[in-house]
Design a protein around this ligand. Structure first.
Ligand code: IVH
Length: 678
């Protein structure tokens, strides 16, 4: 039995490695759980066999009162930066010149570098003795850090013991790497923080840092932290001659080394790889702030050595900063299509990630209060991917005297109607409806957008003029526009007027789903609009549906049903639809799959969550096919979930679903259901 226990420990470690480091699991979650259970059972019978490197011992139960300071045997250094191609070339030249001067390199011969991600997390050093994790220490000031072993042990991506294979295994091996949190996990954690009435974290890096600083490892254990190794500290002997081979070896020992790395020769290759990586950046599950290039030959690294606190052989090629600080000049509010009032910060222009930012969202009234942002403050502004820049926080130390809290307006700045905010909602709204020019402009812009009526050439500027001149009061008025009249508008010639009118006329027979979407009913997005169209098949049926009938449509709950019923109960909305018809607008009934067919699927009207790795289908294919059968596919498991589809090595969602008694299907069962329907 003792032997079996040892086998189990090894097997579980191997499967963790396949999952976290290689992203290529060998067994299903159930199989993994069975191994784990077997291990727990043996340990329960023989508590004297429980060892520190058992996967059952990740979470210690005693909170500590503080962290001990530990000296690093090999200091943890920082890196020099390069922010441009010029700075990168200068680095390469510095390195080459130094090597030539030392007589170990020939002038003009391009150097090879190992390019790696620059992970945006926290550096830690892990010490393995005889293959077992004995200590984990933060970077601290580079010379001494804090002992966070019990917290680090809770991170499943970190092996408690190295894999036992034919690899060279030093007595002492210190590896260095970065602890981080995936973006999606960070978002989820923040939602939970807010729900518990706790402060959300500013970014994944802070969330990871906060999690590692917990004195109670049981809390750290609940935080979904990841880890990637990029280097080493103390080690008996270096078994390989290059950075890249060293990393390959560490990976074979079971350590999580990220696969995105490459040996590249010459500056141009580095620059190309940088561009390629930058393009992928937004789609990565975690944040990186650049690439790190390290001279690949370890001997050359040794020759180059260190200057002040950074190696001369490596450089961080940084992406343009995604955060910057600037002055908050004023706060204005914008009125959205449904009247939603969004406070917007007007900023002294500042470059963030290569783009000049002058406006940033403040989200809503509560956010302004929570962050205590005031006009005159110096604020941190962030831009992430394609999303609208946001104000992260004021820098309190720089706050001028006599600032005042922003007072949220009580009346719409555009139409003067009252602003109301329902008690349980975060968003305040202008009550002016289509009286409000701001709402009118945006509802027309929405109706003309690509996913709605797709009227090309009818842009923001033209819509603004049409509304400001009161020429277009509603969507229906668009269909009365003539070429001659449009040609008189600024920046419009006969040609563009012709194109716009042709596009408008071309929008007279939209698919019913797009027409419904174009109406801009609150809570009715593209998917709901499609479900309504498929269910009712014709516009009059939608118009006449009462709440009860609406509730039978997949994806439509009480809030959405009430919103739709309310919209069509308004006389003036009915009038606009009548006018549209009068002008010849005729929505087309959907073809193909009808709702009648969809409703006899087990998924019709049900909420489904996908988790784990599917092998036959991609996630989005599965989602699409489920939706075609009337399912609503969501991201998190709750009491509202009807089915959980669990692929290979599903994790916390599966546990959650089991706890809640949600029906669980494996991929085969999903495919059987899908195929039965199609
Ligand atoms: S090597 C002696 N490689 O960046 C070389 N560092 O600015 C020292 N970092 O404290 C570091 N990804 O936390 C290295 N692939 C990578 C890295 C990396 C992220 C962090 C690390 C370090 C900081 C230096």
């Amino acid at each position: 039995m003792k032997q079996r226990l040892e086998e189990l420990k090894k097997e579980i470690a191997l499967h963790n490695h396949r999952y976290y480091a290689l992203d290529d699991p060998l067994i299903s979650d159930a199989q993994y759980d069975a191994l784990f259970k077997e291990l727990l059972e043996i340990e329960a019978q023989h508590p004297e066999w429980v060892s520190d490197d058992s996967p059952s011992q990740r979470v210690g139960s005693v909170p500590v009162s503080g962290f001990e300071t530990v000296q690093h045997r090999v200091p943890m250094l920082s890196l020099g930066n390069a922010f441009s191609e010029e700075e990168l070339s200068a680095f390469d030249k510095r390195v080459t010149d130094a090597l030539v001067k030392e007589g170990v390199w020939t002038a003009g011969q391009p150097l090879s570098y190992n390019a790696e991600y620059k992970f945006d997390g926290l550096a830690v050093s892990l010490r393995y003795e005889q293959g077992r994790l004995v200590r984990a220490v933060t970077r601290g000031d580079g010379y001494e850090g804090e002992d966070i072993t019990s917290n680090i042990r809770t991170i499943e991506a970190i092996p408690l013991r190295l894999l036992d294979n034919d690899e060279y295994l030093p007595e002492v091996l210190e590896v260095r790497g970065e602890v981080l949190m995936n973006r999606a996990d960070f978002e989820r954690l923040n939602e939970a923080q807010v729900q518990r009435g706790e402060k959300p974290f500013a970014n994944p890096r802070n969330a990871a840092a906060g999690s590692l600083r917990q004195l109670d490892p049981r809390i750290t254990a609940q935080r979904p932290l990841r880890f990637f190794v990029y280097g080493w500290g103390e080690i008996d002997r270096l078994p390989y001659d290059t950075q890249s081979e060293m990393l390959d070896w560490l990976l074979r020992l079971g350590l999580p080394v990220n696969a995105h790395r490459q040996v590249l020769t010459g500056v141009q290759a580095l620059q190309d790889y940088y561009q390629e990586t930058a393009a992928q950046r937004a789609t990565l599950p975690f944040e990186i702030d650049g690439l790190v290039y390290k001279v690949n030959e370890l001997e050359l690294q040794a020759v180059l050595g260190y200057v002040s606190r950074a190696p001369r052989y490596a450089v961080a090629h940084k992406f343009p900063a995604q955060e910057a600080t600037t002055e908050l000049l004023s706060i204005e509010v914008q009125v959205g299509r449904t009247g939603a009032i969004t406070p917007v910060a007007r900023l002294a222009p500042v470059e963030v990630g290569g783009v000049t930012v002058t406006n940033a969202t403040l989200h809503n009234e509560d956010e302004i209060r929570r962050k205590d942002v005031r006009v005159g403050d110096t604020v941190v502004v962030r831009r992430a991917g394609d999303v609208i820049p946001e104000v992260v926080a004021p820098i309190m130390d720089l706050r001028p005297e006599a600032t005042e809290l922003f007072v949220f307006p009580t009346h719409c700045p555009v139409c003067g109607s009252a602003i109301e905010r329902p008690e349980d909602e975060a968003i305040a709204r202008c009550t002016g409806g289509l009286v409000c020019a701001a709402q009118r402009k945006q509802s027309i812009e929405h109706a003309a957008s690509r996913k709605a009526l797709d009227i090309e050439g009818l842009g923001t500027k033209l819509i603004e003029q049409l509304v400001d001149r009161d020429r277009v009061k509603s969507l229906a008025d668009l269909f009365t526009l003539t070429e001659t009249e449009l040609a008189t508008y600024p920046r419009m010639g006969p040609k563009s007027a012709h194109n716009v009118v042709t596009a408008i006329q071309g929008a007279k027979t939209p698919p019913l789903a797009r027409f419904i979407y174009a109406l801009g009913i609150r809570h009715v997005g593209e998917t709901t609009a499609r479900h309504l169209a498929e269910h009712f098949q014709d516009l009059d049926a939608v118009l006449d549906a009462d709440q009860e009938a609406l509730l039978t449509v997949p994806d439509v709950g009480p809030t959405v049903a009430a919103s739709i019923a309310h919209f069509f109960a308004e006389t003036h909305n009915r009038e606009i639809i009548a006018q549209l018809r009068h002008h010849g607008v005729q929505p087309q009934a959907p073809e193909g799959l009808s709702d009648a067919m969809a409703t006899d699927s087990i998924f019709a009207g049900k909420t489904v969550v996908l988790t784990g790795a599917l092998t036959e289908l991609t996630r989005s294919q599965a989602k699409e096919r489920l939706e075609a059968l009337g399912a609503r596919v969501t991201g998190s498991v709750s009491s509202q979930t009807d089915f959980l589809v669990a692929g290979e090595r599903a994790g916390s969602k599966l546990t959650q679903a089991q706890k809640l008694g949600v029906e669980i299907l494996d991929e085969a069962a999903l495919l059987a259901q899908l195929d039965a329907r199609e």
